[in-house]
Design a binder for this molecule. Sequence first.
Ligand code: AMP
Ligand code: MG
Length: 417
Amino acid sequence: MIPIAEARLFVLSGCAPLPPRRVSLEDSAWHVLAQTVLASEDIPRFANSAMDGYAVRWADTKASPVRLRVVGTVMAGQSPVTAVGEGEAVRIMTGAPMPPGADAVCMVENTRTESDGSVVVIETPVEDGMFVRRAGGDIASGEEVFAPGALLTPPHLGVLASLGVESVAVHPRPRVGVISTGDELSDGPDPLPPGKIRDANRPSLLAQLRTDRFEVGDLGVAKDDETALSRLLEDASSEFDAVVASGGVSVGDRDVVRFVLEKLGGESMRWMQVAVRPAKPFAFGVLGPSATPVFGLPGNPVSALVSYELFVRPALRSMAGHKSLDRPRFKAIVDVDCTRRPDGKVHLIRVLACTASDGSIHVDPSRGQESHMLHALAEANALAILPDGNGVRAGASLDVLLLDAERLQLPDDPGPW
Ligand code: AMP
Ligand code: MG
């Protein structure tokens, strides 16, 4: 058996970031930026008001309450025509450009008008620059806005749009072909013939890949037949950026994925027994002229998804240009005894993580923990890392990988906002 870290290093060595491609701003969300973005202009573009109120000279308001002559109005989208002189004010709306001469804004709530609005009484003094959004106060022209490696989130798109950027160079997200293998697998809703089972891995892996924002291709179910599987894997590796197969990588006579990959991949391919439970057997290598990464995951449905978490997801994230490859990891308190025997392996327990009202995180193992018991994984939102040994007592602290933040349970009373 080899440590998880060694298997990961081997996998990551074959999964470099995909070459950058230019995409429209609209298509760029959740890609990793592959260029530097410099600001071509100031944001805000011009000094403007942060409030609805009156543009004034702050020095005029020192002795407030003071009465100022209202000499004009400026709305958002207009360019100011009237300047503000001594003893004067211009009515201004949020986002409207500051009139020449004005250096502060008094919010409308601190004013009242007289003489049909031709005079405004400023009730309290304003400070220099108050409620004025400075030109370049958010982003200055020429500034480096984003560096290569930045993940483009919705606010990033807002920044780029504000700057008039229409396209950016990003690392493409890998397109991943998914295959299930096994003579026992039957497709479709029909009653199962004796000895057959339904394919759980392809639907779950395809959904997980999409959830993790990779592109997918469904390559169907393959029989445990070396010739057919060879052709399928070769074709898939020329069509996709990466290929994920499940089943057939263990030590059985019909574990043909393993043999086929060893034949096709030669030196580049490695079949591994990883010191982890579940997800011990695993194969990885690169195939074909474009050195397409091919992952051979174990067939047991829990093992397949755990193997995906340990090896496939970080590798695909690396191909997509991400710097951070792993799920968030934190310490959590186990609320029950977690016993185990020493076996040289790290055990990954499917757990439900909850936050307590004191801010601590607690985990409880969910249902059955065997590698064919997919129901427990469906009810879990995290994997707790139980190191080799005899396990831990209730109350102990374990490292936990959060698989699904959306389902992190909150306390019954999460407290006021
Ligand atoms: P294997 O890795 O091919 O030896 O398969 C290990 C176990 O997982 C066997 O019980 C298989 O029947 C089961 N299995 C393999 N592939 C799938 C699949 N796609 N869906 C559900 N179970 C599977
Ligand atoms: Mg099999």
